[in-house]
Design a binder for this molecule. Structure first.
Ligand SMILES: Nc1ncnc2c1ncn2[C@@H]1O[C@H](COP(=O)(O)OP(=O)(O)OP(=O)(O)O)[C@@H](O)[C@H]1O
Length: 226
């Protein structure tokens, strides 16, 4: 089941009292894809972090599939993240001492015993689908920037999450690699009926999403669905 997203009266305020995010309403259906656009410092990453439960809102609700994640305990929120979200960050956060396959299958380390083998198998399959099928055993520090992003995508998909949240997944890549990875990401999300939300400065990647939202000064100032 892919949970729908419902964000209501969301505010994030810095310790100094500055409003970083002010979103009265944002809803997204299961399986929809959304690009978050906007100038540097607009609040895009902050929104992604709040949606993932990594940052707690100062006010408002972030409801995934009927559950306000701010109301969960820290443990329950961590479980929600593990079971529901695939996270892809700009700098990948790969573990250098692990192989490509070790990184892609990382979710297996935190999963119940019965899910471990399926996750490792899925990790190998996603690596293959992303063109790295022969390279699973190689240490991750030997890969190029584009390949590392692909490993991060395989890792996000390996646990079979219904939702993928990505922060500038193509930022470090040249045009050709950015286009190829963007196309793969959107295709793989659509094939699995997954929701995909990505922060991006890349107009070509944004155009692949079903919906585009622009954020300025912490507020939604443009919405292609409005
Ligand atoms: N914990 C924090 N305390 C104070 N200010 C913060 C905090 N986190 C983020 N900010 C500020 O909030 C604003 C929005 O930051 P955010 O990282 O969300 O922007 P962004 O739109 O993702 O930018 P970029 O495209 O450069 O990544 C910035 O001015 C940033 O300095």
């Amino acid at each position: 089941m892919t949970p729908a997203l419902h964000v209501e009266n969301l505010r994030v305020t810095s310790r100094e009292g500055r409003v970083l995010l002010d979103v009265p309403l944002l809803t997204l259906d299961a399986g929809q894809s959304l690009a978050l656009r906007g100038a540097s410092g607009a609040g895009k990453s902050t929104l992604l972090h709040v949606l993932s439960g990594l940052v707690r809102p100062s006010a408002g609700r972030v409801v995934w599939g009927g559950q306000d994640i701010a109301a969960l305990t820290e443990d329950a929120r961590a479980r929600f993240r593990r079971e529901t979200l695939g996270l892809i960050f700009q700098d990948c956060h790969l573990f250098e001492e692990l192989s490509a396959l070790g990184n892609a299958g990382l979710a297996s380390a935190f999963a119940p015993a019965r899910d471990r083998a399926p996750i490792r198998l899925a990790a190998a399959q996603w690596l293959a689908a992303l063109g790295l099928g022969q390279a699973g055993a190689r240490a991750v520090d030997s890969f190029s920037g584009g390949e590392r992003q692909r490993i991060a995508v395989a890792r996000a998909l390996a646990g079979g999450p219904p939702v993928i949240l990505a922060d500038e997944p193509t930022a470090a890549l040249d045009r050709a690699n950015a286009d190829a990875l963007g196309a793969d990401l959107v295709r793989l999300a659509a094939e699995g009926g997954r929701m995909l939300i990505t922060v991006t400065h890349d107009a070509a990647l944004a155009a692949r999403m079903g919906r585009q939202i622009t954020i300025a000064d912490g507020r939604i100032v443009e919405d292609s669905d409005a």
